[in-house]
Design a protein around this ligand. Structure first.
Ligand code: SPV
Ligand code: MG
Length: 430
């Protein structure tokens, strides 16, 4: 009897899948590979049904002899292990990122003379319903816990700034194909700088928590990816404990609070403006009070250290961060405004000598020649691109405004603008 292999990433079965399974089972003894949550999350949405349940689901289908876990998008490892005579797939993977995977399957099968059988892929109306089910991913319980899950899957997460519904949609939906596969952002950063700037206000904790939460709600309404909030200093501890519960309840995954006090100014001013660092004792007390106020284990408080920004030195940064971890911080964000990454790398190395697992976060706005891959090697777990949606939008909008003023009409600005047809259909369900 011929050995047949198929792999599935779907968590909701429809008649198209069942027909394909029936055809595959008719060719021989069918093994179904089930992709791990981790592998699925790297290229499309996070699965609604976890791996263990999906394994059971496929095992119960008539014609499926056995199920195995496939833990990468690439079939190579699993195929070399099983050496099937036939691999079955729908004929919808000739283009895009899947084309590389298909080519690799063909090359691997050649090693033992196996063959690829492709059946016509049939779109099912159920798939439209499934994409509506994606909305379940934005329920607070589901979204809140997903940052922690993603951190357990991936050594380093890529996080992008969003400051309203539209930028949230861009972070949610932007995908690029690279030779290594599809890339997308893992989560969103709701920056105090960008949230304030979008409202035409300075980044000095003037935009209050009620307004910050309105921004969060706007983003959350149209997206599903987890959110890290820039919580500035966290304010008074007595206020922080209330605010943090609100954030946890609405489905935010983490807040980052910085160890400054008094009138906060943006860190990228460095020592050019007066900024005061809080005492280790006070800041640890704030972290402890925040942790005590939480109701779930999913929500995280990350402590942000400003010692390097304020030129208080590496020893001060390390002493503080070790204390913050002891006080219960779920991770450390080390901030720097140097052009070179040296001090951040030194911090990571020395921090990791003591704290092997505590998540480390960096915000490489100034030292941005370093890639996420290089940060991952240095032990960093989250890279935040903190302000790039608003910084790219502003010059584009200003150029358009100037072009219209200069010409007394908008014709010359057309090339700077998205076509009307596209803006009309940019938002789904318009
Ligand atoms: C923000 O994005 O608001 C931050 C990061 O706090 S930074 O602007 O670099 O201080
Ligand atoms: Mg900020």
């Amino acid at each position: 009897m011929k050995q047949v292999y198929m792999c599935f990433s779907t968590d909701i079965l429809h008649s198209g899948h069942l027909r394909l399974i029936k055809k595959a089972a008719a060719l021989g003894e069918l093994t179904v590979g089930v992709l791990t949550d981790e592998a699925i999350a790297t290229y499309k949405r996070y699965p609604l049904i976890p791996l263990a349940e999906r394994l059971e689901m496929f095992a119960d289908i008539k014609g499926v002899e056995r199920v195995v876990v496939q833990d990468t998008l690439s079939y190579q490892t699993v195929l070399r292990k099983l050496r099937p005579d036939i691999v079955v797939h729908g004929d919808d993977w000739h283009t895009g990122y899947q084309a590389n995977i298909r080519r690799e399957v063909l090359d691997t099968l050649k090693e033992w003379g196996g063959e690829l059988v492709e059946f016509p892929y049939t779109h099912s109306a159920t798939e439209d319903t499934i994409s509506e089910l994606d909305q379940l991913l934005n329920l607070p319980e589901s979204r809140r816990s997903r940052l922690k899950k993603l951190m357990s899957y991936k050594p380093c997460l890529s996080v992008m700034e969003a400051h309203n519904g539209l930028t949230g949609l861009i972070v949610e939906n932007t995908r690029v194909e690279t030779p290594e596969g599809v890339r997308q952002f893992d989560a969103m950063w709701v920056s105090s700088l960008c949230d304030s700037t979008a409202k035409g206000k300075p980044d000095i904790e003037l935009v209050d928590m009620t307004s910050r939460i309105k921004t969060l709600e706007e983003i959350m309404e149209v997206t599903t990816k987890p959110i890290i909030l820039d919580g500035d200093t966290g304010g008074l501890t007595e206020h922080f404990v209330f605010n943090i519960r609100t954030l946890e309840r609405i489905g935010i995954s983490a807040v980052i609070i910085e160890d400054k006090k008094g009138l906060k100014k943006n860190s990228l001013f460095g020592t050019a403006v007066r900024q005061t660092q809080d005492s280790i004792e006070n800041f640890c007390e704030k972290i402890r009070a925040g942790k005590d106020a939480l109701k779930t284990r999913d929500f995280m408080i990350f402590a942000r250290c400003e010692s390097l920004i304020l030129e208080a030195g590496m020893e001060d940064a390390l002493e503080r961060c070790f204390a913050y971890v002891k006080a219960g911080a779920d991770g450390i964000m080390i901030h720097s405004k140097r052009k070179e990454p040296d001090e951040v790398f030194e911090f990571c190395r020395r921090f990791r000598e003591v704290e092997r697992d505590t998540p480390l976060i960096v915000v490489p706005t100034t030292y941005n020649t370093v890639t996420e891959e290089q940060f991952a090697k240095a032990g960093v777990n989250i890279v935040i691109h903190a302000n790039h949606m608003i910084r790219s939008a502003f010059p584009a909008m200003q150029r358009c405004a100037e072009t219209i003023l200069r010409n007394g009409r908008s014709h010359e600005a057309d090339e700077l603008c998205m076509p009307i047809k596209q803006i009309l259909t940019l938002i789904k369900d318009t």
